[in-house]
Design a protein around this ligand. Structure first.
Ligand code: PLP
Length: 401
């Protein structure tokens, strides 16, 4: 920090403030986490200076090698990174570790499987899907003919609806995975439906990848043709994305990432991803993820005990959604009030939300980040009670209005 402050007092000052905020606030954003110092150091290393367009593994995918000289060191790291991720997920799928983000990974994954105008069946965004699963303002909604499946009246993915829509629309691709879904996703059932209608099946496991790695969520490997993920959520790695695919899709995936979607890979981030993969194979990581799940259950149960409505009535993973439709205030109001109290969470639409996306009638909370900081079940129960006090105050304020 001192180095940065000397070079740029302005930037240094704000990084320091952000560091303090991150250290002192109760961080409940389900997609955030704190990576290790080793990963952070790799991301700030000299690898940031290196251009390495192309791939180190010519022989595997049939793609050409690198387009630059001097890549012998980063080649080692990138190949090792791919190998380690296959070990994490016990898979022989091809892996591309170059996507700069989860969205870039999805952009390239679609490109590898389908063409503009093709039909994609994905989870509707207001039910928990991600922007890249068909939002009209995202590339996915603009390039592809997106159709959506919904959740049932209990908030669970409605597999009957998936079956019905797959039969009706005959999609080229079915996508499973979500940003705000608290239950187990039945990959096997999805794969059967996709097979029946002749569609590719893709899983975006960005949120639950850490749980899959630690055996706390069923694996999509063996069922999905392509699996995409981010590395910075439950995986607790550097900010970035990855794509895994059946070996026969290797060449298509690689050319969809480079040269189609991206230029030079971020080799410093790839080094961070390699360390992340090593960490994810340690017993300590499994224990961490197990605690994330236990904490989430305890956190959620405390809200249920206090009479709150939780979408699906509970959670199987690292997050859940509080449904605030019974209250006069919005998800946005609660987000702001929590911010003032040093609790960071995000507003989130709930199924059949009557409010617009900037307001919403829910908030999403997750336990991955605070578990990294050592929180246990009782700490999360206490946070639930603190949020309850904020909710009661808002109830009073909005009653008076
Ligand atoms: N896919 C899912 C399911 C996500 O939740 C997210 C991010 O929240 C992404 C993809 C996109 O990741 P990124 O923000 O790195 O583009």
């Amino acid at each position: 920090i001192r180095l940065i402050q000397e070079a740029s007092p302005f930037v240094g000052q704000w990084i320091e403030k952000e560091y303090e905020r991150q250290k002192n606030n109760v961080e409940l954003i389900a997609s955030e986490n704190y990576c290790s110092d080793a990963i952070l150091a790799a991301c700030g290393s000299c690898l940031s200076w290196k251009y390495a367009e192309g791939y180190p593994y010519e022989r595997n995918s049939g793609n050409k090698g690198r387009y630059y000289g001097g890549t012998e060191n980063v080649d080692q790291i990138e190949e090792y990174c791919c190998e380690q991720w296959r070990k994490v997920f016990h898979t022989d799928y091809h892996v591309n570790v170059q996507p700069h983000s989860g969205s870039q990974a999805n952009f390239a994954a679609y490109r590898a499987l389908i063409r503009p105008g093709d039909t994609v069946l994905a989870m509707s965004l207001d039910n928990g899907g991600h922007l890249t699963h068909g939002s009209s303002v995202n590339f996915s909604g603009k390039l592809y003919n997106m159709v959506f499946y919904d959740v049932d009246e209990n908030g669970y993915i409605d597999m009957e609806d998936v079956r019905k829509k797959a039969k009706k629309y005959r999609p080229n691709l079915i996508v499973a995975g979500a940003s705000a879904y608290s239950r187990i996703i039945p990959f096997e059932e999805f794969a059967e439906i996709a097979k029946k209608v002749g569609a590719y099946f893709m899983v975006d496991m960005a949120h639950i990848a850490g749980l899959v790695a630690a055996g706390e969520h069923p694996t999509p490997f063996g069922y999905a043709d392509i699996v995409t993920t981010t590395t910075h959520k439950t995986l607790r790695g550097p900010r970035g994305g990855m794509i895994f695919g059946r070996p026969e899709l290797a060449k298509k995936i690689d050319s969809a990432v480079f040269p189609y979607a991206q230029g030079g890979p971020l080799e410093h981030i790839i080094a961070g991803k390699a360390i992340c993969a090593e960490e994810a194979q340690q017993p300590a990581y499994r224990e961490y993820i197990h605690q994330v799940v236990l904490n989430c259950r305890a956190f959620c149960d405390e809200f249920l005990k206090m009479g709150y409505t939780v979408v699906t009535g509970g959670t199987d993973n690292h997050l859940f959604l509080l449904d605030l439709r019974d209250h006069r205030f919005s998800g946005n109001d609660l987000q702001k009030a929590c911010d003032e109290a040093g609790i960071t969470l995000n507003k989130n639409a709930v199924p059949n939300d009557p409010r617009p996306p900037k307001e919403t009638s829910g908030v999403r909370v997750g336990t991955a980040a605070m578990t990294t900081r050592g929180f246990l079940e009782e700490d999360f129960r206490e946070v639930a009670r603190r949020i309850d006090r904020i909710v009661k105050k808002l109830d009073e304020e909005f009653e008076e209005k």
